[in-house]
Design a protein around this ligand. Structure first.
Ligand code: NG6
Ligand code: CA
Length: 512
């Protein structure tokens, strides 16, 4: 009880500092600000977690976060793919405002302008030590791309992180190495690395030329350089001592996260742990292989749950659990076959990654962007409750700014709103509206119970083969989500005025 009062007092203190000198006041105050650990998973679906109703798989550590925190049933990533969702989370802006923020190549230049306001930058200003461990996928380096054999900059350290330990793009994109701060880890200068996204470099075998060398065959693309028996997107050669081992990536990320937590425990810290699970290639550690009964996709969900447990355990051991906010979410909706023959489809059984929502990763339907979101507040705030409020990940920047005493963020932050009361579970309504980006541009607008999808003359199914409906139709689409959660019944011709109203609102948001 005492500690709950203390926590609420701390929050009230942050929230009540509304005068000009609030930042300094808080900076000088003796009250320790809450740490923030944000576990951002990859491609985890709304139906992939037992706390969200999955019955064929158990995720006890994630479920425990929910039973000790708030489970959000109506939360959205801003996009149905990784790069734009992450761009929004970190900048507080919808990614479609900036060209070239679709799924990034593995040798892309840094996509976030270093002058921009960012979530880690705001927290740095509020006195936090900030770190990112795991998947980046937002480009690195200047307009020439990353200088793999030298100093890789700009990157996370130039946009507000004090520490970074990265998978530069994705597990299925070269180079298959970790980058710590400005350099590739364990790179031997006598064996420099070369990366190319247009033509083959060096003499390492490729999936296309030597499929017999693969330990996991591909189903779509992914037939360039073979690293650790898995062919990837893009070509690389060199850097042999620096290559990661797919089976121990999660252990490596947990280890680096623990070190970050342990060495910063005496000051407020923000850790963005961006797991690679459950993105392809799904190569579970031996501890989890065959354990889910759903094949590698299920096994890496168990592996993700293990990761969550390890992080919570570390916080507990360090006596930090009562002063740490833990956020758990995913960057986009789920996909079953995303390019490797990992039996995800064959072994799916009764498991429903989207929990029945239409579409999936890449899609304009809710399966693309409706994601799990759990927030465990210190000292039991909202413990074990469920919120139906409309939440967008774009709002974390302004909400955490408010939480930590930064009263006003700069006006380069257009879309992020302070929804702290929603995240705390006090406001049950949430945002009035959100925009959802599919793999081909901003096409959906959701307001209250209504969802409007702009007409788009595009393919009906994701063209490269994951068997997911894109949601693109040449006619406008209008769904009433309360009565039709799976977006089956297009009401556009029945309610033309509603279509007009939502179209105009979307148009105005785009104009900003
Ligand atoms: C696609 C890849 C897919 C995945 C995705 C990005 C193919 C055929 N498919 O192009 O496997 O890497 O990009 O996923 O290459 S995300 O979650 O990082 O956005
Ligand atoms: Ca993703």
């Amino acid at each position: 009880m005492k500690s709950t009062i203390k926590f609420i007092f701390v929050l009230c203190f942050f929230l009540s500092c509304k005068d000009k000198s609030s930042e300094e006041k808080i900076a000088k105050s003796k009250i320790k600000k809450p740490n923030i650990v944000f576990i951002y998973t990859d491609d985890l679906g709304y139906g992939d977690v037992s706390a969200y109703g999955a019955t064929e798989i158990k995720t006890p550590a994630i479920d425990k976060l929910a039973s000790e925190g708030i489970l959000f049933k109506n939360a959205y990533a801003t996009a149905a793919t990784c790069t734009p969702s992450r761009y929004s989370l970190l900048t507080g802006n919808y990614a479609w405002r900036k060209k070239g923020t679709g799924v990034a190549k593995g040798d892309e230049s840094l996509l976030i302008d270093t002058k921009r306001t960012t979530l880690p930058g705001v927290l740095q200003k509020a006195g936090y030590l900030t770190g990112i461990v795991g998947k980046w996928h937002l480009g690195l380096g200047d307009e020439n791309g990353p200088n793999w054999n030298g100093k890789i900059s700009p990157g996370p350290l130039e946009i507000g992180f004090d520490y970074s330990y990265l998978i530069p793009a994705t597990g299925d994109r070269v180079p298959c190495v970790f980058v710590e701060n400005h350099h590739i880890v364990n790179l031997d200068p006598k064996d420099p690395i070369t990366v190319n996204y247009t033509e083959k470099v060096g003499d390492w075998p490729t999936g296309k030329e030597n499929p017999e060398l693969l330990r996991m065959k591909t189903s779509q693309g992914h037939n360039n350089t073979i690293v650790n028996g898995i062919s990837r997107i893009g070509y690389m050669t060199g850097g042999k001592t620096a290559l990661w081992d797919d089976e121990t990536i999660p252990m490596e990320l947990v280890d680096k996260s623990k070190k970050f937590i342990n060495s910063n425990k005496n000051q407020p810290f923000f850790l963005l742990l961006s797991t690679h699970d459950i993105h392809v290639p799904r190569i579970a550690n031996k501890m989890f292989q065959g354990k889910s009964g759903l094949g590698p996709r299920g096994d890496v969900i168990l592996q993700l749950d293990w990761t969550v447990n390890e992080i919570v355990k570390t916080l507990k051991e360090q006596n930090l659990l009562d002063n740490t906010i833990i956020v758990f979410s995913s960057d986009n909706g789920p996909v079953v076959d995303d390019g490797y023959q990992d039996q995800a489809r064959e072994l799916l059984g009764n498991h429903k990654p989207t929990a029945g929502l239409r579409g999936g990763k890449y899609s304009a339907y809710n399966g693309g962007t409706k994601i799990p979101l759990i927030i465990r507040w210190p000292n039991g705030k909202g413990k074990g409750t469920v919120s139906n409020a409309l939440v967008s990940q774009v709002d974390f920047l302004s909400s955490f700014a408010a939480l930590t005493g930064i009263e006003k963020v700069k006006n380069d932050v257009i879309d992020s709103k302070n929804t702290l009361d929603v995240l705390l579970g006090d406001n049950k309504i949430g945002r009035t509206a959100i925009v959802q980006e599919s793999f081909m541009g901003p096409v959906s607008y959701l307001e209250g119970d209504w969802k409007y999808i702009e007409p788009l003359d595009g393919p009906k199914l994701v063209p490269w083969g994951p068997i997911i409906e894109t949601g693109f139709q040449t006619e406008p689409q209008l769904y009433h989500l309360k009565e039709d959660i799976n977006e089956q019944n297009n009401l556009a011709s029945k309610y033309p005025e509603k279509v007009k109203d939502l179209r105009e609102k979307l148009f105005n948001i785009k104009k900003n």
